[in-house]
Ligand binder design. Structure first.
Ligand code: NAD
Length: 301
């Protein structure tokens, strides 16, 4: 296919996929395939679930070699390979090198380039969904895979004045705080006592980037009694879309942002990288929403 010609709609065919573990419920394939169809093209999106028996003994390196040889335009990469894959690439985009993790690999001219579309995905979702919120001081809870992308997004694109980071594993919060402040010059502090933070140095907003709040892990990593109506609250969890934290925040009158936007916009940017064509975020969001409404047992790729 011809790359990088946004005027040309239709008449394209890309082969891409997702490498990870436990990915059968992923909505990403549907978003890519439906968007390509809507543009008059075709996207063949393959799920490579390393938990599957036939892939159980195959290495990430071998899977990458195979898909590259088979003519894939690229692949999305998810848990637990976002860091491991970096050693198998020729170059990294600026965002991937800032975050230190890759979720999209592009094969072109015999070279493999790693990108991180999670950072932009969160930042774009924030820009659209929490326009004009006060951002002198933000609190991020969770310094794992998603938290790293969110922290860089908050510092770089969302331009928060100050960032506090909390994690049950304090070493993670400390390491991320040091990395983000070195990279962007933002003041970033690891924090341990959330109640003290809210009473003494109240953040304007909170982002949950822990898995707490997922269907399989109910609850809230941020004690909901600490919420104040003037705070904004974002969650990266999107299963369910309304987590306990967001529900409590809404009830307090806070502005809220669900994890759907990040999931959709990471796919929007990946589609553009795979095809060289702009994607329609509203259309991809509609595919994402339609998927959410399906019963769980139908929520396949
Ligand atoms: P992870 O395991 O890499 O990191 C989670 C971090 O949260 C860890 O550092 C852990 O110590 C910390 N943590 C766990 N419980 C905590 C608590 N009660 N208080 C403070 N810290 C706590 O997980 P991840 O890959 O970052 O995923 C986190 C969530 O983000 C998952 O629900 C995942 O589905 C979601 N996610 C969403 C998107 C999106 O596009 N919306 C993208 C990636 C991940």
């Amino acid at each position: 296919m011809k790359q990088g010609d946004p005027e040309k709609v239709g008449d394209f065919d890309v082969l891409v996929g997702l490498i990870g573990r436990g990915i059968k419920q992923s909505r990403t394939p549907s978003m890519h395939m439906a968007e390509a169809r809507a543009q008059g093209g075709r996207c063949d999106y393959h799920l490579m679930d390393m938990d599957d028996e036939e892939l159980g003994s195959v290495s990430l390196e071998a899977v990458l070699e195979k898909v590259e040889a088979d003519g894939f335009a690229g692949v999305n990469v998810t848990y637990p390979y976002k860091i491991k894959v970096m050693a198998l690439l020729d170059e990294l985009s600026a965002n991937a090198s800032a975050v230190g993790a890759v979720n999209t690999v592009i094969f072109r001219d015999g070279r493999r380039t790693g990108h991180n579309t999670d950072l932009w995905g969160f930042a774009e979702s924030f820009r659209r969904g929490l326009r004009d919120v006060k951002r002198d001081h933000a609190l991020l809870i969770g310094a794992g895979g998603a938290g790293v992308a969110v922290a860089h997004g908050l510092a770089d694109c969302c331009k928060v004045g100050r960032l506090s980071i909390h994690d049950v594993d304090p070493a993670r919060a400390e390491a991320l705080a040091e990395h983000v402040s070195k990279r962007w010059g933002t003041q970033v502090n690891p924090v341990s006592d959330l109640a003290a933070l809210v009473s003494e140095d109240r953040p304007d907003g909170v982002v949950n980037a822990t898995p707490v709040g997922m269907d399989k892990l109910p609850g809230s990593a941020f004690p909901t009694e600490l919420l104040k109506p003037e705070m904004w609250v974002a969650d990266v969890v999107y299963f369910p879309l309304e987590t306990e934290l967001l529900k409590a925040a809404k009830a307090r009158g806070c502005r809220v942002l669900s994890g759907a936007g990040m999931a959709v916009f990471q796919a929007v940017r990946a589609f553009e990288l795979f095809t060289g064509r702009p994607a329609d975020p509203e259309r991809m969001r509609a595919t994402f929403d339609a998927f959410v409404q399906k019963p769980k047992e139908m929520a396949g790729p």
